[in-house]
Design a protein around this ligand. Structure first.
Ligand SMILES: Cc1cc2nc3c(=O)[nH]c(=O)nc-3n(C[C@H](O)[C@H](O)[C@H](O)COP(=O)(O)O)c2cc1C
Length: 201
């Protein structure tokens, strides 16, 4: 395959999308978007996310050590877009109606319009040059009752309609492509690799 080299920058794709909810100092809520986000597990499930520069969200997390991560789906995308393109330091984000709810195990604001919400407590902060990396324990997950029948070890993404971020654009993640481990049936009759791959410089 012919490929060209791209100088690494902030441009990565595709990325998951979450509205991050925090408490302001006066107890009012603040939400923004974070897409530098992923999951891992140690002694329990963890959420990893990176927040660049100075943001009210970061100030709030540094002060309280807790936040909610509200999954962005097709039906709450434009509310999220509003939260992600306005700065909490410029004033409360109240231009668009939404339902404010609370975490059940962690005292954080959550978005009533989100179907899938992680309530998180920060375990570790790694200060970097221009950003901070947060590793947080997932303490509780709130899931829309509409998905109660779903096998949570076999999540049916096509029912949830998550939005995927590709720099400056939003995409739907819709089609299921297959089951883990069924690779053999996709390579029936293919010949095994014969040549040695070229070594990286
Ligand atoms: C689609 C989208 C993705 C974003 N992803 C991140 C991110 O991963 N990390 C980050 O630090 N800021 C990210 N931002 C920027 C913040 O959401 C934005 O600066 C917001 O205004 C911060 O709100 P706050 O000042 O109320 O904390 C993203 C914004 C958008 C619109």
């Amino acid at each position: 395959m012919n490929r060209f080299d791209l100088q690494p920058s902030f441009v990565f794709s595709p990325q998951p999308m979450y509205m991050i909810g925090t408490n302001n100092e006066d107890g009012t809520p603040n939400f923004c978007i974070i897409t530098w986000l992923g999951f891992s597990a140690d002694s329990g499930p963890c959420l990893m996310m990176s927040i660049g520069g100075s943001k009210l969200t970061k100030t709030n997390i540094l002060r309280e050590g807790r936040f909610s991560a509200n999954m962005i789906t097709e039906d709450n995308l434009w509310l999220a877009d509003y939260f992600g393109t306005t700065r909490g330091e410029d004033g409360p984000k109240q231009a668009i109606p939404y339902t404010l709810e609370r975490g059940r195990k962690v005292d954080v604001p959550v978005v009533g319009e989100s179907h899938w919400i992680y309530e998180c407590r920060v375990k570790q902060r790694v200060p970097l040059d221009g950003a901070d990396l947060f590793l947080a324990e997932v303490v509780n997950i709130q899931i829309d009752e509409a998905y109660r029948d779903m096998d949570m070890e076999h999540i049916e993404l096509e029912r949830i309609h998550p939005v995927v971020y590709s720099p400056y654009q939003y995409y739907a993640a819709k089609d299921k492509l297959g089951e883990m481990g069924e690779w053999k049936q996709h390579f029936e009759g293919a010949e095994a690799v014969k040549s040695e791959p070229e070594k990286a410089v």
